[in-house]
Design a protein around this ligand. Structure first.
Ligand code: AMP
Length: 354
């Protein structure tokens, strides 16, 4: 998809559209702060909820199901409103990869990255090629010689993940998940070395207009039941035979030791450079690296997102880091709108949409 997606667009009345879910309220709020009209693409049963925020939404496009996004009439409505679509963490999961990457509406972000993100192995390879330290990976059949976390595909918020200590435990766990219908075959899973330390998730923004990478915030996820296990005396956990699980229920703010920031920013820059090299023009706007920091301050990245992540919702009024760049409340949603505004003013729109 190239800039022909902008054909017929009125550059003086661009609107910002997204699926009403995930981080959409933040995106609409930020868009309004920067003076844009907003479009909420919403499924019928959620319309009542988003209507509570109608001061943030100028137009609602109501669908029976998310998969209708690519229907001709829906695309035409979006184009009529000169809408730029903001893909967030639920976008590909909801509309499907085919629609997500082929929709004939300008996207703020890198379409080519959706396909990489849908493939857990390709994702980890991109991180490795960026020169970012990652956990060891194992394939089914390979000898698992240390504790591992076994991850199922798709953005299901950690559902079905488990820890195993041997190849046999990996296979047993995966067979059970096949029986439960969570996956079709064990080969779909990704097996990663289980990293010991604390989790930390960094929110970045790459600005093609300013050609710089900004750290807009950081968060920790609150995951049940792994975070809850701390509340149980270890012997009770053993008695109850509780296995850790990793289902996200929310996010908490995190401010990092300042001495960690150079490394965190360096990883962000490496990621941007790798995407520029491997998937030109490279990542555009928000992305996130998910890491574990060990007690020797080593940061290893086990996952990334090429879009706005839900953890940014903590900072609707800006974060300690975004304030340092902008000296005004700057959420990721607002930063997207600001980039769009600057690109329009500088006649650089083709640099930030694909
Ligand atoms: P993910 O779906 O990759 O974001 O992982 C969900 C959760 O599992 C993370 O937020 C971490 O708590 C945990 N996790 C994922 N990968 C690892 C790893 N390699 N080592 C330790 N914990 C992990």
């Amino acid at each position: 998809m190239c800039v022909t997606v902008l054909e017929g667009y009125d550059l003086n009345s661009i609107s910002i559209a997204t699926l009403a879910s995930h981080s959409s309220l933040q995106i609409f709020h930020g868009a309004k702060q920067e003076g844009f009209k907003t479009v909420a693409v919403v499924v019928e049963d959620r319309l009542w909820f988003y209507k509570q925020f109608s001061h943030l939404v100028d137009y609602f496009i109501v669908l029976g199901s998310w998969r209708e996004l690519c229907r001709r009439d829906v695309v035409e409505k979006l184009r009529k409103l000169s809408a730029v679509l903001i893909p967030h963490g639920s976008y590909v999961e909801y509309v499907g990869l085919g629609c997500a990457e082929n929709i004939e509406v300008p996207i703020f972000g890198l379409r080519k990255l959706f396909r990489v993100e849908a493939d857990q192995w390709a994702k980890m390879e991109l991180l490795q090629r960026a020169g970012i330290p990652t956990p060891m990976l194992f394939r089914i059949g390979e000898d698992v010689d240390r504790p591992v976390i076994v991850k199922l595909p798709g953005a299901k918020g950690g559902r079905g993940y488990f820890i195993a200590r041997s190849s046999q435990e990996v296979l047993q766990g995966l067979r059970r998940r096949v029986e439960e219908g969570l996956i079709k075959s064990p080969e779909e899973a990704m097996i990663q070395e289980y990293l010991v330390g604390v989790p930390a998730y960094y929110h970045y923004f790459y600005s093609p207009v300013l050609d710089r990478v900004e750290i807009l915030g950081a968060d920790i996820r609150y995951e049940t039941n792994v975070d809850g296990l701390k509340r149980l005396p270890p012997q009770v956990a053993v008695e109850l035979d509780v296995e850790p699980s990793f289902i996200v229920v929310g996010n908490m703010p995190l401010v990092l030791r300042e001495s960690l920031l150079p490394k965190v920013l360096d990883y962000g820059i490496r990621f941007v450079n790798a995407t520029k090299r491997e998937l030109p023009p490279g990542v555009i706007g928000p992305f996130c690296l998910e890491s574990i920091i060990s007690d020797d301050m080593e940061i290893r990245v086990f996952e990334f997102s090429g879009r706005i992540v839900a953890g940014t919702n903590i900072y609707v009024n800006g974060s300690p880091y975004s304030y340092l760049y902008w000296s005004e409340p700057m959420s990721t949603g607002r930063r997207i709108a600001r980039e769009l505004k600057m690109a329009i003013e500088k006649n650089m729109l083709e640099k930030i949409i694909t």
